[in-house]
Ligand binder design. Structure first.
Ligand SMILES: C[S@@+](CC[C@H](N)C(=O)[O-])C[C@H]1O[C@@H](n2cnc3c(N)ncnc32)[C@H](O)[C@@H]1O
Length: 296
């Protein structure tokens, strides 16, 4: 069986190209209206509920894009990232780099994304000697081994067709003892398998949080507002799903817990990747990337 089989007859390259087209379009759409200049975030956001919060940063009551910033701060939690060399994979419009630079004193942060339009926005808006941006593929990172202290990845990996390549690349470019701060939507049925694979690669799981309810609260509050930022000539169902309006497929799948929204903190330790057998590796093509694509 090749990976094509698991991707409903799409090839890995076709899936990547489709997501590139989608995000290039989204970014050019945003850049053509008045919201674009202030739209740094493409994540669904986090609103606190009765469960414990992990971030030490207190945000002001009124803050533009507060729930998106809060999601990033919760992903970082109490991890000490000051003075670190940081890589943000799937950086979108630079919101994570911007937030990390604003609230923590980092040495350097590189944002990487496969959307050229996202990267040109980031360069024009944020680039300086500490914040740098690069076009590239999460499954084939253009860096040497053991380079970064911290790698962040927020709401992007659900697009990666051969996600095992992403995990092994993160492991390769992270220094021993470095942290992989990771947040995304996952299919509930494949959660155990994902954690098992990450363990075999050599990641030690330090934090595992289910924030599905926090993300749903944020969607309730902001999805309708986010719709206003996109032009109305787009397919309505696709846009509703993209912003995760209540009633859309992603919203309902999170609500009925077919999908889960998680925050993980992993530490790189010596790996056991050779114990991943070929079948486990092949079966790791990401069916969520196709499911989301089919509703885009
Ligand atoms: C939902 S956005 C999240 C952006 C950002 N992390 C945030 O929180 O605002 C997903 C991003 O992942 C990027 N992406 C998708 N597939 C990718 C890949 N194979 N390599 C790099 N970036 C990718 C998209 O271009 C998009 O900018």
């Amino acid at each position: 069986m090749d990976s094509k089989h698991h991707l409903n007859n799409y090839s890995v390259e076709q899936v990547k190209n489709k997501y590139k087209q989608i995000y290039d379009l989204i970014n050019s759409d945003l850049s053509s209206n008045i919201f674009g200049n202030y739209s740094f975030f493409l994540n669904y956001g986090y609103i606190a509920d009765h469960n414990p919060q992990y971030s030490n940063v207190e945000l002001p009551k009124q803050e533009l894009n507060k729930s998106s910033i809060k999601l990033i701060l919760e992903v970082i939690g109490d991890c000490d990232i000051r003075d670190g060399e940081i890589l943000d994979i799937g950086c979108g419009r630079g919101g994570t780099s911007f937030t990390i630079n604003k609230y923590f004193g980092v040495k350097r942060i590189i944002g990487l994304d496969q959307s050229s339009n996202a990267i040109s926005f980031c360069k024009q808006k944020f680039e300086n000697y500490r914040l740098q941006f690069l076009e590239g593929d999460a499954e084939n990172l253009p860096f040497s081994n053991n380079l970064f202290d911290i790698i962040t990845n927020i709401e992007s990996s659900c697009n990666y067709p051969h996600i095992l390549n992403f995990y092994t690349e993160v492991y390769r470019v992270l220094r021993m003892g470095g942290y992989f701060l990771y947040s995304d939507i996952f299919l509930a049925e494949s959660m155990d398998h994902t954690l098992n694979v990450l363990d075999k690669i050599g990641f030690v799981l330090e934090i595992d949080r289910d924030i599905t309810n926090n993300v749903l609260l944020s969607m309730n509050e902001s999805a309708a507002r986010h719709l206003a930022a996109y032009s109305k000539d787009k397919n309505e169902k696709m846009l509703n799903n993209f912003v995760a309006l209540p009633g859309s497929k992603i919203y309902e799948d999170l609500k009925n817990r077919k999908m889960l929204y998680k925050i993980f903190r992993f530490r790189k330790e010596h790996g056991k990747i050779q114990s991943l057998n070929q079948e486990q590796a092949l079966n790791y093509s990401n069916s969520l990337a196709i499911e989301i694509l089919n509703h885009s």
